[in-house]
Design a protein around this ligand. Structure first.
Ligand code: AMP
Length: 364
């Protein structure tokens, strides 16, 4: 069985690392010849909309999936008309546009921060009379890791924030003074079987995820599962999906979803009985899904812009290093490490050790 992946970055690499023991083969399409998954399968090097490469991918892959959501819609449509594509082009289209996404959440009764569409500075000024300060202005498309976003604290911020977007369509939303950020990783298979992982508790800095901790027995688990199952069913979704949420005063508000394996689920490699990567493959191949039970208490720390010394990191008890085989560059995720502990106290000591190493090399 050959799995095609659009993108050959670290997510594709970890999908392949999970699939090789299951006897799967991989073919990757990525513009970069030195994309880090390329060595784990057959690389097709070129643009995502190169018709010759897409035809090769469709012909050689039994099923196609992707590692990021900004695949051009027509590419997913073309592939879906020639082979199986999971998740569907529809899920991709909803996730690609923050306005479409928020409207979709609204239509299926999942609460979000208050929001409004913004196509001009006048729209923005008008919307702010309802939304109120502080607020966040975000480009509708192509945003990730906090890119294309500005916090609006007063009317003085409107013009510079709008100009920064250079006229691209946007949404403005209420700034949520959240108690915590959490995400839920859920999986739905071709047959409709659904499983959920325990919540991840996430820490961002500068819009980039730094630390994710598995939160077992979380008071918010049930609410998150109810929201994400509604979303999975409404999209007739197949594969892993990550739903990002703000917790405020015992309520969850949805920020966004990612139609793919997600950084906040990397702890599942060592911290759950079946990793998100393996379950994504099981889901798209219509295999029985694996148990999502947490194994011990675990957390993951990202390395951004620089790598730790392998020896130093592995000297931390219970630490597991995942190097992505990417050249360090400013703001680039180049590795993560997971720790697994017996109890919460031990886990927080281990997280501190990992974050101290990550902060030493962090250049963002
Ligand atoms: P996003 O690209 O929408 O995932 O935003 C990146 C990060 O910015 C989030 O994980 C939050 O830490 C922060 N953020 C985004 N939107 C809001 C909001 N409406 N209120 C408060 N923080 C936000």
């Amino acid at each position: 069985m050959k799995v095609g992946v659009l993108g050959a970055g670290q997510l594709a690499r970890m999908i392949a690392l999970a699939g090789i023991p299951l006897g799967l083969e991989f073919i990757f399409l990525d513009p970069s010849a030195d994309a880090c998954a390329n060595r784990l399968g057959e690389p097709l090097i070129g643009d995502y909309n190169d018709p010759i490469l897409l035809a090769q991918l469709a012909e050689r892959a039994d099923v196609v999936t992707y590692e990021f959501e900004n695949v051009p819609a027509e590419v997913a449509e073309f592939l879906a008309s020639h082979t199986q594509v999971h998740p569907s082009p529809k899920a991709l289209a909803v996730a690609q546009d923050r306005l479409v996404e928020k409207t979709f959440f609204h239509d299926i009764g999942i609460p979000t921060p208050d929001y409004a569409a913004v196509d001009s500075l006048e729209d923005l000024a008008q919307a702010m009379t309802d939304i109120g300060y502080p607020a966040v202005l975000k480009s509708r498309t192509q945003g990730y890791d906090g890119k294309g976003q500005s916090v609006l604290k007063s009317a003085n911020d409107l013009k510079p924030a709008w100009e920064l977007l250079q006229g691209v369509p946007a949404v403005v939303e209420a700034f949520v003074p959240f108690n915590r950020e959490v995400s839920i990783i859920a999986v739905r298979s071709v047959s409709g079987e659904i499983v959920f992982y325990p919540l991840s508790e996430n820490l961002h800095r500068g819009g980039i995820l730094r630390v994710s901790k598995c939160s077992t027995d979380d008071a918010m688990q049930q609410q998150a599962e109810s929201y994400v199952s509604r979303l999975l069913e409404a999209l007739d979704y197949v594969g892993v999906l990550a739903l990002e949420l703000f917790e405020i005063n015992g309520q969850l508000l949805v920020n966004e979803f990612a139609p793919r394996v997600h950084n906040s689920g990397h702890w599942t490699i060592e911290g759950a009985e079946t990793s998100q990567f393996e379950n994504h493959l099981r889901a798209i191949l219509d295999l029985p899904l694996g148990s999502t039970r947490a194994v011990g208490k675990s957390a993951m720390v990202n390395f951004i812009g620089g790598l730790p010394e392998t020896e130093e990191l592995l000297a931390i008890p219970h630490a597991h290093l995942h190097l992505y085989d990417k050249a360090p560059r400013k703001g680039r995720k180049v590795a993560h490490a997971t720790v697994r502990a017996e109890n919460a106290e031990q886990l927080s000591v281990l997280i501190q050790k990992l974050t101290a190493l990550a902060d030493q090399v962090d250049d963002s």
